[in-house]
Write a protein that binds this ligand. Structure first.
Ligand SMILES: Cc1cc2nc3c(=O)[nH]c(=O)nc-3n(C[C@H](O)[C@H](O)[C@H](O)COP(=O)(O)O)c2cc1C
Length: 333
């Protein structure tokens, strides 16, 4: 079974990538991920706020609170105390990762405005980053800003980073666009070599005891794969960029489904945090078994065979299936 995969022009040994998380923030766990079979790793993000204000608190910027440790109770979860500490440390991490690993190392830039932080893209390229993932973590909370204005902001950022570097560029986006596939096309036209679907926005909660807004981070569940699966299937073959799937990739079945839908790579974070880096090997072995049992010769042969463009029932990915699904609903128990 030939698992080799091309993503962002990089030759990968298989389609499983370790997504940005605390596990990709230290050389020891990066090596464990490589040993478990990861084809590439995405380092945690260098945040605009880290670069612009240096003294940076992750929980302030993205809402990672202490609840994260409770959520991962019993699982593999490195301390977050020194997660995403500063620009110099980030360059050091990249240098150390490049020295220690033989798989590609993708760096991640996370920001929303057209600031000086973008110049770090060049520094990261110079230190040997194999590709850059640009995470535009923008919560469109301004009622005065139209959808078109929000989209322009993304496109402008991509053009800006694209003009600064030659390394491959992926853009990680959320699902909240009126026309996600159109947006993906425009991002590709603006210079993105890959689209990473979907960013998972951390949802604030209200603590009814203290009446505080709690920015707890809850790890994903396998059910969350569905949203990504649909949009990978819809975009496969229709967007001039590679497609990476993130959110809800917890097991071999999920990886297989994403490849059939047309994903170039599947990325995982929550499942690896919960079960440890060795879980990647379990996913990889299960995926390989599924394909070999069905006589596939390569992952490429399977990729996209269940995309919307190729599926026997293309409407299954759209509205047409809605009524059928509602009618077929049977209460459990
Ligand atoms: C603790 C934690 C830290 C994360 N840090 C980053 C980050 O620095 N940059 C980023 O782009 N995504 C980050 N993510 C998001 C993951 O890379 C991933 O896209 C998301 O969790 C959905 O995938 P999953 O369902 O496999 O967890 C983080 C996720 C977790 C759980």
């Amino acid at each position: 079974m030939d698992l080799r995969t091309r993503y962002l022009g990089l030759e990968l040994r298989n389609p499983l990538v370790a997504s940005s998380s605390p596990l990709t923030g230290a050389v020891e766990s990066l090596l464990a991920l490589e040993d478990a079979g990861a084809a590439a790793v995405v380092l945690p993000s260098l945040f605009e706020e880290q670069v612009e204000h240096d003294a940076f608190a992750l929980d302030h910027a993205v809402g990672v609170g202490t609840g994260v440790n409770m959520e991962a109770h019993g699982g593999y979860f490195p301390a977050l105390d020194d997660y995403n500490t500063g620009a110099d440390e980030y360059l050091d991490l990249l240098i150390a990762a490049k020295r220690a690993l033989s798989i590609p190392v993708i760096v991640s830039l996370n920001g929303t405005s057209d600031g000086g932080w973008i110049r770090y893209a060049t520094a990261l390229q110079d230190e040997g980053a194999d590709a850059i993932e640009l995470n535009v973590y923008h919560v469109a909370a301004d009622p005065e800003a139209s959808g078109a204005q929000v989209e322009d902001r993304y496109l402008h950022l991509v053009e800006h980073v694209r003009s600064a570097v030659d390394v491959p560029l992926a853009v990680k986006i959320g699902p909240f666009f009126s026309s996600p596939a159109n947006m993906a096309r425009r991002l590709a036209a603006a210079g993105a070599d890959g689209i990473v679907l979907f960013n998972r926005f951390y949802q604030p909660d209200i603590d009814l005891e203290t009446l505080d807004v709690r920015p707890d981070l809850v790890l994903s569940t396998p059910d969350e794969l569905r949203l990504v699966l649909r949009w990978i299937a819809i975009m496969a073959g229709r967007v001039d960029a590679d497609l990476a799937a993130t959110t809800g990739v917890h097991d071999a079945d999920g990886v297989v489904k994403l490849i059939l839908a047309g994903a170039d790579v599947a990325m995982s974070a929550s499942a690896l945090l919960r079960h440890g880096p060795g879980h990647l090997r379990t996913m990889l072995d299960g995926m390989t078994r599924w394909f070999t049992d069905r006589d596939y010769q390569s992952v490429d042969q399977a990729r996209g065979s269940m995309s919307q463009a190729s599926a026997p029932d293309a409407s299954a990915f759209e509205r047409a299936n809605y009524l059928k699904t509602l009618v077929a609903y049977a209460p459990r128990g």
